[in-house]
Write a protein of this length. Structure first.
Length: 744
């Protein structure tokens, strides 16, 4: 890869040479992909590929228009209930991710043992055989010397990834969930589903949409923006509580700039009003819920006047919204992941618990206009298709992220990013020595500098990525992966699954010398001497074919039907739920059994503002950005090259700064330098930093050195601190931190 001193930034090159020239010269020693043909090139009639967008988890089905073997245009698949013929800005932009000249194009090994910011890894191109041999031999060495638990897989819990960790015998399959939606997941599992959060919300048919920090319209989440707009056109009311005027708030009938971390107080008072005034849906509550009387008793102390004192929202506003929410049908609390019920504050899981209670009280669980439970098509599981011996018992051992100490969260089989660094550094409960990373970046960890210290102590790191990310810069071996365009298989609808429907994924021939992670798994397991976990013919394609066979159809037939399988069906409302009682448990016996309050109660957030750190930190993401993955897109960067500290002019005046000035934002762990953006649409006691920037990988020629990473401000945690915070979802407390701002 490029040496720091000789690389011109791609921005400079674009100016000098125009896009085509830049693509040919850049990539610093790596062969660049040929430039894109002009967008005007007419798509061939027969050159269509069906697929699903993998930029975010909504997974909208696309149609890719091909010309001369390249994708020249993307459109949404009109047959898909999620995409409805459209993609969002990030989906359309993915074409530039696919052909990004900086993409990883072949395996590489590090020759410089030193690791860190500004250190040249001394990459050398190697063959796939060498890369797989090296990975397998290093993992085997660690497994033999220290045991299987000394190997960590940092990856989302997908089939191949789970199989890889379990076949090795390690309990340490770590994912990002406690930074994202673990709080929602645990309460939905406990109170409603028995298996985690639901992802479909029928906004389109709702008449009252109430959001606490949910900014679905400002995420460019394709379906939701359209659905909420349709609801608004049909006369629905939208009300948003957010300390920041989010895009959703800007579209709302009411924006309530609540004090951060206090939504729980408002929600408790809303529950009290609805229960005491008997405004709840009597039929739904009587037939499908358990625990109303205990709930009534538990909320009596939480009057709107009390909540007003905590949240700075007037008591009349709280009572009015409670009454409107209960009286307008259907009504729904919009939520997804990192809203007020996401893992942001010590009390966020209780906020998520109140969301479920309020949605239940108005009868909006699995009813039109409300949260819709799982209609996702169940494809046969991985281990039903492939037969292999039982996994080693060691997978049940204690974990390096401490997940085993959080029974309610552990049951969901996910992971914690907040505790990983201290686990590795303290070697508690044991030393870990090797790490394989799939599709996770260093910048996503709370306190990445600390995580980097931990990674530096490991003997071996292999990273599967598509871009030369910061995590890739810390690797001993880089394993370049397929993008979602190059993968194949089936993708059942999840984010808008009003009925069971499956999208086909046609593979684009891979670009460069890249391999899918499934083939990495197959080869590394075999080379480690774990061939018993790799039955004859096991491959990603074999899995897809076996799954297609269970649909009693063929790829050709699905293609003939426009890339989608499944007929529209009317919604049959569920009358039984996945809890011990089969009812929605307002009093949660599952939370109680796991040692948590079965009913909601007020608890303060952790961070206390003080003279040294007088401001709340808010973090958010822009509609066109995808966490740390979109900043290398030259067109997106052209109109938004770096992130900002968004603040109220009143605060800026106190600090003595104006629009565009650089400031330091500092917490007790670190500081970052970002530009000021002024708006009246934020509380003066808050500073908001948008996520995704602060790249230090010099091989990201557009994104390098632009903006700062909000994550540097967020403390990582020990398991003891995590236990003290008392959250069943092990919330990483992403915004429970106080900061200060001063001129840079
Ligand atoms: N464009 C885009 N869309 C995405 C993603 C992306 O990277 N880009 N990522 C996807 C993923 S993985 C996730 S997790 C989601 C995240 O999407 P959201 O869940 O919408 O989360 P954020 O964008 O972080 O916005 C959180 C909002 O909460 C507000 N907030 C902060 N503290 C409080 C509080 O105490 N109370 C209230 N009421 N509000 C508060 C913030 O001001 C901000 O507006 O987006 C998904 N969609
Ligand atoms: N400071 C801060 N930290 C956060 C958040 C925040 O708002 N602020 N948000 C949290 C949330 S909600 C989430 S969901 C997590 C997300 O955590 P991550 O998923 O780790 O975050 P990304 O920044 O999207 O990094 C994804 C990495 O995967 C690579 N990649 C993309 N596609 C592929 C692929 O097909 N194959 C492979 N092998 N690699 C691929 C990308 O190049 C990138 O390096 O971050 C969390 N951390
Ligand atoms: S919402 Fe946008 S980024 Fe997400 S899957 Fe759909 S098109 Fe892709
Ligand atoms: Mo997330």
């Amino acid at each position: 890869m490029s040496s720091p001193d000789t690389t011109l930034s791609r921005r400079q090159f674009l100016k000098l040479t125009g896009t085509a020239g830049a693509a040919a010269v850049l990539g610093g020693g790596l062969t660049a992909f040929a430039p894109l043909p002009a967008y005007a090139a007419p798509p061939e009639e027969d050159g269509l590929l069906y697929g699903t967008c993998g930029v975010c988890s909504m997974g909208c089905a696309y149609v890719a228009h091909m010309s001369n073997g390249r994708i020249v245009r993307l459109s949404g698949n009109p047959k898909d209930q999620t995409a409805e013929g459209k993609l969002c800005v990030r989906g359309y932009s993915a074409i530039r991710l696919l052909y990004d000249p900086d993409r990883l194009k072949y395996p590489m090994k590090r020759t410089n043992p030193e690791k860190g910011v500004g250190v040249d890894p001394g990459w050398v191109r190697i063959t796939w055989d060498e890369a797989l041999d090296l990975t397998a031999s290093k993992l085997k060495e660690v497994r033999d010397a220290y045991g299987p638990q000394a190997i960590m897989l940092v990856a989302r819990p997908k089939d191949w990834q789970k199989h890889f960790a379990k076949s090795i015998g390690t309990p340490n399959h770590i994912a990002h969930n406690n930074t994202c939606y673990s709080t929602h997941d645990v309460v939905w599992r406990a109170m409603v589903t028995g298996k985690g959060k639901t992802w479909t919300v029928d906004y389109e048919h709702s008449q009252y949409i109430l959001a606490f920090g949910w900014d679905g319209m400002g995420k460019s989440k394709n379906h939701w923006g359209r659905a909420v707009n349709t609801a608004l056109a049909n006369g629905a009311k939208l009300v948003v509580f957010d300390p920041r005027l989010s895009i959703t708030a800007a579209k709302a009938h009411g924006w309530i700039p609540i004090k951060p971390g206090t939504d729980l107080a408002v929600l408790l008072a809303m529950i009290r009003t609805i229960v005491n005034e008997e405004l709840y849906d009597k039929e739904f509550v009587a037939n499908y819920t358990a625990g109303l009387e205990q709930l009534r008793e538990a909320v009596q102390e939480y009057t709107p006047e009390w909540a007003a004192g905590i949240s700075e929202v007037p008591a009349e506003t709280i009572a009015r919204i409670a009454r409107e929410f209960a009286a307008t049908k259907p009504a729904v609390i919009a939520h997804h992941k990192r809203d007020a019920g996401g893992p942001n504050y010590t009390n966020s899981w209780r906020t998520a618990q109140c969301f479920v209670i309020l949605d239940t009280l108005v009868g909006s669980i699995d009813r039109p206009g409300g949260h819709i439970l799982d209609r996702k098509h169940k494809l046969p599981a991985f281990d039903e298709i492939f037969q292999f011996p039982a996994y080693p018992d060691t997978i049940k051992g204690p974990r390096i992220d401490g997940l085993d100490r959080f029974s309610a969260f552990k049951a969901l089989g996910k992971g914690s990013f907040s505790t990983l660094a201290e686990g590795i550094l303290s070697q508690d409960p044991y030393p870990v020595k090797a790490m394989v990373v799939w599709k996770h970046n260093l910048l996503a960890f709370p306190n990445p500098p600390r995580m980097m210290e931990a990674i530096k102590t490991l003997d071996f790191v292999a990273v599967s990525d598509i871009l030369p990310s910061e995590m890739a810069q810390l690797a001993d071996v880089v394993l370049p992966d397929y993008t979602f365009f190059e993968g194949s298989g089936l993708n059942p609808r999840t984010y808008h699954a009003m009925y069971s429907q499956v999208a086909l994924r046609d593979p684009l021939p891979p670009l460069g010398d890249v391999k899918s992670f499934s083939s990495v798994v197959v080869n590394v397991l075999k080379k480690m001497g774990l061939g018993e976990y790799v039955p004859e013919g096991m491959s990603g394609r074999a899995l897809a074919n076996a799954q297609i066979a269970t649909l009693e159809t063929t790829v050709e037939a699905i293609r003939g039907a426009g890339g989608m399988w499944g007929e529209e069906e009317p919604l049959e409302p569920k009358t039984e739920f996945g809890t011990p009682s089969g009812k929605i448990e307002l009093y949660s016996t599952v939370l109680e059994e796991n040692g948590y309050d079965p009913l909601p109660r007020w608890v303060e957030p952790r961070a206390v503002l003080n003279d040294q750190y007088p401001l709340h930190l808010l973090i958010w993401r822009k509609p066109w950005e995808r966490m740390s993955q979109s900043q290398n897109d030259p067109i997106l960067a052209e109109f938004c090259p770096e992130n900002c500290a968004t603040m109220n002019p009143e605060l800026a005046q106190k600090v003595g700064v104006g629009e565009g000035d650089y400031v330091w934002v500092e917490s007790h762990v670190n500081k970052i330098k970002v530009r000021v953006h002024l708006t009246a649409g934020i509380r003066p006691d808050c500073v908001a930093v948008d996520h995704g920037f602060g790249h230090w990988s010099r091989d990201l020629s557009v994104a390098y050195n632009m903006g700062g990473n909000d994550g540097d401000l967020i403390p990582n945690l020990t398991v003891a601190e995590q236990l003290e915070a008392g959250c069943p979802g092990m919330a990483a407390l992403m915004e429970d931190v106080a900061v200060k701002v001063y001129k840079a």
